[in-house]
Structures are given as structure tokens and as C-alpha cells.
Design a protein around this ligand. Structure first.
Ligand SMILES: [Zn+2]
Length: 473
């Protein structure tokens, strides 16, 4: 279906202009005042039109554990996460729907789902998430989360010899699953991209990285992984490789202009230079980094070094929402405390560009979407400027980023399909989704964690924390 969005406010170099935008065959074909009507007319008056943002890193299944895990650093948080009963594919379908809906209603048109799978049912898991994203109509990059080393290996040894139980799925099996997922589900022309995405150096062997790089080359796919989220991972990389993790990934051939790297909190200046040189993208997940105490990623340094940056929510067990506008707000103002020179601070307009074009760039798709440009695909969001949270009339982008917009999204187009109208998702029944999420969960009133004890003593010792244990139960 074609559309003409009439009289919408769009940002231009020197402020804003009121224009019409024609969408034909999924693409933006004209942006100018007073265009002829093609297709369906959409009233853009008193509305702001922006390119859709990219939720450039999340784990949709974590929705089932949101709000539940106590304040702990990543290495202990993940031990808690592993303690939950494995989900079933139907739950993965529902949490992917929920993630898509929250992303769309906070300005996102794409999601990068680093997908936690049901052990032994990997292809079913991928199928469930892909089905959800196709039904909603969001553009999805599904990266099956794969590792070939056990959880205990993710904590630095500190020179202590430790035995690790081998991981349940071999390296070769993981590569085979990924290849099959690409063959079955990779349909870029239909908005679904399968993304080779090893969990991260803390849980992945070089063989796994190399196998995934090979598949990325063979099928021209973007690459994705976690990188140096915590100080412990920085220590682990030096133990494992004798050099920094970034140097090692560069040597493996993992870094390129279609590689996106989630977190990047613990990089030094030499690492930053490598990212700039290889044109790899940093995905900034500010809320998760705060929640887990991982640190403040040096985003202003990245931007000044010419490194491309995108925003992500990260999984709902470490955020614990999928509100992209919230991640963009915190992810831009957080850095003001890291640099006294306010001229380096991120402006709301820069934040919008990072969220949209930065996200598309990190996936190697900046020519296809990510800006209001004639010829690009129509991944667009129309915000209602008469929404109370965006009033009174001031600077629309300033208030959208720095304020607390609530239910301000009026319409969303993905690849030219309008999937949100008058603030409601039109492709699925969100009331049914809410009921299903409710029915398949219960209030947690007395949760006891045991798995954390297996790693906590070693973690405290290697991170130089006092021995005395804090009670988690
Ligand atoms: Zn993550």
C-alpha cells in the first residue's frame, strides 16, 4: 500500500520544515511541501516524522525474567539467569512479540535479537522468534546466541586452576545450527536477517568465531557479539589471548563495517583506534550497563574517534524494559559527567542520528534505511506533538529525547507497511498478547537462588572483593 504523509514536521539543518512524504512500493519517493496525493493520505499535522530507530541489541526471551534478578554484576546475574527453567518455543514467540511491540511504541522499527534458545530445540526457537517478528512486521535481525564454553569459563581464573564441565553443544553443532537457520529463515527482502552472533569472547572459542565469520562471508551477513562489557571480561581476555580482546578479534577477522559490538565498556585508546580503522560499530546499552554496574562506556570518545555508535535496550532481565526512547535519553546525557567539555556532549539531534542511522550502519544497511532520504526504504515513525508529554510546543526533538514521552508514537511504517496507527499496533492483537503473558507467568513471591553460590566465592576472590558473602536468598 502507498501513502502520502501530509504536512508533517521534519528536521532540517536549520530547524524544522513542514513537508509531505510519499511512500511508494515500500520506499520514500518524495519529500517536499504540497506533493500530489498518492495512495492513502495520512494527516501529519502537528506531528514529527523521524526515521525509525534500531534496538541494536536485546535478548527477547529475557522478558520472562524482567524485574526479578537482584542487583548483581553480570557474572553473578547470569548465574541467576541460568537458574530459571528453560522456556519453551511458545514462550519465546510471546516474548519476541512483546519485545517487538515495546520497541515499536518507543520509536524503533528494527530489532537485533541476540536470541537465547531452548537447549536442543534451537531451530524451533529461532522459528518462534521469526514467526513473531513476521507477524508484527518489525524489521528483525535474529542472531542465535551461541557459545561453546561453559559459564564458569567466563570468569577470569586469577591464576587458579579450575575444571570446567564441557558445554552442552559442540562448536561444530553450533555452526551447523546457524547454517541451517540461515537456509531456513534468512529472508532479507522480507525484513528478516539471520545474524551470526557468538555470545562473546568470555564463552566462545576461536573456532566458533571463525566458523561464524566464514558463514558471514559466505552469505554476506552482518556480525554481532558482546564485547568487553565488564572489567572481569577485560581481565579474562588478557588471560586468554595475551592481548586485548579487540586486538584478538581484529586478528581473527571479526571486525568490519558490518560488525556490531554490544557494550564496549572496557576499551582503551588503542582498542578505540582499531574500531575506527575497521569501521566496526559500538552498540551502547546504557541502562543494562548501569543496572549491572558494568561501567560507563566511553561513548563520547568513540564518537570523537569516528567510531559508529548505535543504541540498544539489551535484554529485559538487565534493563528491564524495551523502551528505546529511555535508552536514548540516558545513553546521551549519561556521558555529560565523564567530560567537562560540554562541547563534546551528545545533542538530542545527534542522539536521534545515532539511534537511527547509527543502527542501520552497524548492520551494513545504511543505504537501505535509517534516515529520511528519498530512495531509502520507509522505516518511519510519526510522533504526536499534541501528546501531553510533548507539550507545550518547544523543540520537538529536544523534548522527545530529553523528556519522558509517553504513548507519543502515532504511526509506524516498516519497509513501507504501516503497522502502527493512532498509537495502536494493527498487525497483532496486543490484548491477546497481554493475556497470554499474564496467563503464562505468576507473581514471584519467594525466589531462592542456589546457582550463584557456585561462582560467587571465586568471583569475589578474583575481583579482590572481601570474602564475606552477602545473602541473596
Ligand atoms: Zn546482551
Amino acid at each position: 500500500m502507498d501513502f502520502t504523509i501530509q504536512s508533517a514536521l521534519v528536521p532540517v539543518e536549520q530547524g524544522y520544515e513542514t513537508v509531505d512524504v510519499q511512500i511508494v512500493d515500500g520506499c520514500i519517493v518524495a519529500i517536499a511541501p504540497n506533493l500530489n496525493l498518492v495512495g492513502t493520505a495520512v494527516d501529519g499535522r502537528n506531528k514529527l516524522l523521524l526515521p525509525g530507530f534500531v534496538n541494536a541489541h536485546t535478548h527477547s526471551p529475557e522478558m520472562w525474567q524482567r524485574g526479578m534478578i537482584p542487583p548483581t554484576p553480570l557474572e553473578l546475574w547470569i548465574a541467576e539467569l541460568y537458574e530459571f527453567e528453560p522456556l519453551d518455543p511458545e514462550q519465546l514467540y510471546l516474548s519476541a512479540l512483546g519485545t517487538a511491540v515495546e520497541t515499536l511504541l518507543s520509536g524503533g522499527t528494527s530489532v537485533v535479537d541476540h536470541l537465547v534458545m531452548v537447549p536442543g530445540r534451537e531451530l524451533e526457537s529461532i522459528a518462534a522468534a521469526v514467526r513473531a517478528y513476521r507477524e508484527v512486521g518489525i524489521r528483525a535481525f535474529v542472531g542465535p546466541l551461541m557459545q561453546d564454553e561453559p559459564l564458569t569459563a567466563s570468569i577470569p581464573s586469577g591464576g587458579v586452576e579450575r575444571e570446567h564441565i564441557p558445554y552442552q553443544r559442540s562448536t561444530q553443532e553450533s555452526i551447523a545450527v546457524l547454517q541451517e537457520a540461515i537456509l531456513q529463515f534468512h529472508k532479507p527482502d522480507e525484513g528478516i536477517v539471520i545474524l551470526p552472533a557468538p555470545t562473546g569472547l568470555q564463552l566462545s572459542s576461536d573456532d566458533l568465531f571463525e566458523g561464524f565469520i566464514e558463514l558471514s562471508d559466505r552469505y554476506t551477513l552482518p556480525l554481532h557479539t558482546h564485547l568487553l562489557e565488564t572489567k572481569a571480561q577485560q581481565m579474562l581476555a588478557h588471560e586468554k589471548y595475551g592481548c586485548s580482546a579487540v586486538e584478538h578479534l581484529q586478528q581473527l577477522g571479526f571486525l568490519s563495517d558490518r560488525t556490531s559490538l554490544a557494550h564496549c565498556v572496557w576499551l582503551d585508546d588503542a582498542d578505540i583506534a582499531i574500531l575506527a580503522e575497521t569501521k566496526a560499530t559500538v552498540v551502547h546499552n546504557p541502562l543494562s550497563n548501569l543496572r549491572l554496574g558494568s561501567g560507563i562506556a566511553p561513548i563520547l570518545k568513540y564518537l570523537r574517534a569516528g567510531v559508529n555508535v548505535a543504541f540498544g535496550c539489551d535484554g529485559s532481565a538487565s534493563n528491564d524494559s524495551q523502551d528505546l526512547l529511555e535508552a536514548i535519553k540516558i545513553g546521551s546525557i549519561l556521558h555529560n559527567v565523564t567530560d567537562f567539555d560540554y562541547r563534546h556532549w551528545m545533542t538530542p539531534r545527534e542522539a536521534v542520528e545515532v539511534a537511527a542511522l547509527g543502527g542501520a550502519t552497524g548492520l551494513g544497511m545504511a543505504d537501505e534505511f535509517g534516515s529520511l532520504t528519498v530512495g531509502k526504504q520507509a522505516d518511519l515513525v510519526l510522533y504526536d506533538l499534541k501528546n501531553l508529554s510533548l507539550l507545550p510546543r518547544t523543540d520537538p526533538i529536544g523534548l522527545l529525547v530529553l523528556g519522558r514521552p509517553t504513548q507519543a508514537v502515532d504511526s509506524v511504517w516498516v519497509r513501507g507497511d504501516r503497522i502502527v496507527t493512532n498509537g495502536s499496533i494493527t498487525t497483532i492483537n496486543v490484548d491477546d498478547l497481554r493475556q497470554n503473558l499474564f496467563d503464562r507467568s505468576q507473581w514471584v513471591t519467594n525466589r531462592q537462588s542456589t546457582k550463584i553460590a557456585q561462582v560467587e566465592a571465586h568471583y569475589r576472590s578474583v575481583m579482590n572483593l572481601p570474602e564475606q558473602m552477602r545473602g541473596y536468598s
